[in-house]
Design a binder for this molecule. Structure first.
Ligand SMILES: [Zn+2]
Length: 465
């Protein structure tokens, strides 16, 4: 959706599905409950701000404003209550989640402040310019002044069609072709298309020219249905306070143009398992409200329509591809395994913490051995499940790796032994008790993925004093 963070922390990379599905809260009775509250509003606010600044350095890289657009449509706009003063602290994503709107003014979190500020900032990120080029980064109804030039953009919101006019000026115009605009995109200058083909996630240029107040630029961008996959497969989920295993499956969110579609009719992972054809033809417009889709009687709405309802953003997806047909004809399908192996081989020892990297090398060797076995004509004992299981365990090895400077659970051996020793001898002084509490916190943080090696060293020193 564009947001980040889980419990005010960045967790391991490429583990968004695992993070979302196993996110829980322990109440004061020790009861574990699902807590799909992720994506703090302040983080989205700051990432939007950072993206705008990065775009100033390299305005030709359309990934920046593609990202800005995604976080704007799918988190920032929906984080404010449409009828009363209320802003979300963390945002509800995942299965059967509700938006946790904060209390009315004064808000109890930082997000009350940034959350109110967000919605006057989109205009600032709409246009960028250097000496003789004007970039249109976002399609929003806006008016702006650039030196002597008045810029006017007229469109609905969300926009599938936008109209730009200028009071005059001599400049080149660059318009963003969004990453999702894979068919039907067009830019017309005074009614004439300026190109035959457009590359999604790029800028298309109208070369420098003298503009007159009568010139009209139209951007036509029909919303396309597509899937945005999470980087990791779903292997487990927290259900009623317990982690349950699930058959490993890719999960993704259904998107309509720039918008994440969310369903109020899905409450369990079983209901969230959806089979679709690659063209997503089963999804049809409901005609009830703009941009609402339905499949099998389940409704999907843009996330910002949702206020208090429980909705589900991610689906377990079964979308057959050409390679699945091959498997059906009796051959083993190695596509996913080979993709994972490729990803695993690209990881360099210098970038990753050593224990996780070692586990990955062992899995790479196992996977290579298995692939070699599939080439052996005499070996007919392998079944598709063996291949899928190998791909899943390679995936687990990939997503449980930590960046090079982060501590790993294996780095805790000395500290946990010391904690046990101090505990057995009795923490007799307030200093010892404080050192013990700090050490336990460090163990928690390291297991969580946010503890550092400095923290372990400091905890060991504290306990040895
Ligand atoms: Zn905040």
């Amino acid at each position: 959706m564009g947001g980040v963070g889980n419990g005010e922390m960045w967790r391991q990379p490429y583990t968004q599905t695992a993070s979302m599905n196993t996110n829980m809260m322990t109440d004061f009775r020790g009861q574990r409950t699902n807590n799909p509250d992720l994506n703090e509003t302040c983080c989205a606010y700051n990432l939007a701000k950072l993206t705008k600044d990065l775009n100033c350095f390299d305005p030709d890289d359309a990934r920046y404003m593609d990202y800005y657009e995604r976080v704007m449509y799918n988190q920032l706009v929906g984080s404010v209550h449409p009828e009363e003063y209320g802003v979300c602290y963390q945002y509800a994503v995942g299965l059967n989640a509700t938006k946790p709107f904060g209390s009315p003014t004064p808000q109890e979190t930082c997000c009350g402040g940034t959350g109110a500020e967000n919605h006057v900032k989109y205009q600032e990120a709409t246009y960028f310019a250097n000496e003789n080029t004007l970039y249109v980064g976002l399609y929003l109804p806006t008016e702006a002044r650039w030196g002597d030039v008045s810029i006017k953009q007229e469109c609905e919101w969300p926009a599938e069609h936008s109209r730009l006019t200028f009071s005059g000026g001599d400049f080149a115009l660059k318009l963003r072709v969004p990453y999702w605009a894979v068919s039907g995109f067009d830019v017309r200058l005074n009614g004439k298309s300026i190109a035959k083909k457009y590359q999604p996630c790029s800028y298309v240029e109208i070369p420098q020219r003298q503009w007159s107040a009568d010139d009209v630029v139209e951007v036509i961008m029909p919303f396309c249905k597509h899937i945005f996959y999470a980087p990791d497969k779903m292997d487990q989920a927290l259900v009623d306070g317990k982690t349950q295993p699930y058959a490993s499956q890719w999960v993704g969110t259904l998107m309509y143009g720039p918008m994440v579609m969310t369903s109020p009719d899905i409450h369990t992972w079983e209901e969230a398992s959806v089979s679709l054809s690659p063209a997503l033809d089963e999804l049809t417009e409901t005609g009830k409200a703009p941009y609402t889709l339905a499949i099998d009687g389940k409704q999907f709405l843009p996330d910002y329509y949702v206020t208090r309802e429980h909705t589900t953003h991610y689906l377990r997806l079964n979308i057959p591809s050409g390679s699945a047909k091959k498997a059906a004809s009796g051959n083993l399908d190695l596509t996913v395994l080979k993709e994972k192996l490729q990803m695993a081989r690209e990881r360099k020892a210098t970038d990753w913490a050593p224990h996780g990297f070692k586990r990955l090398q062992e899995k790479i060797a196992e996977a290579e051995e298995l692939i070699a076995k599939t080439q052996d004509k005499n070996n007919r004992t392998l079944v598709q499940e063996d291949i899928d299981y190998m791909a899943s365990s390679l995936n687990v090895a990939i997503i449980s790796m930590r960046p090079g400077n982060l501590a790993e659970p294996e780095d805790l051996t000395e500290l946990t032994a010391l904690i046990e020793q101090v505990r057995q001898n009795g923490a007799s002084t307030p200093q010892k008790r404080e050192a013990l509490n700090y050490a336990r916190m460090v163990v928690r943080y390291v297991n969580d993925g946010s503890g550092t090696k400095d923290m372990i060293t400091k905890a060991i020193e504290g306990l040895k004093k």
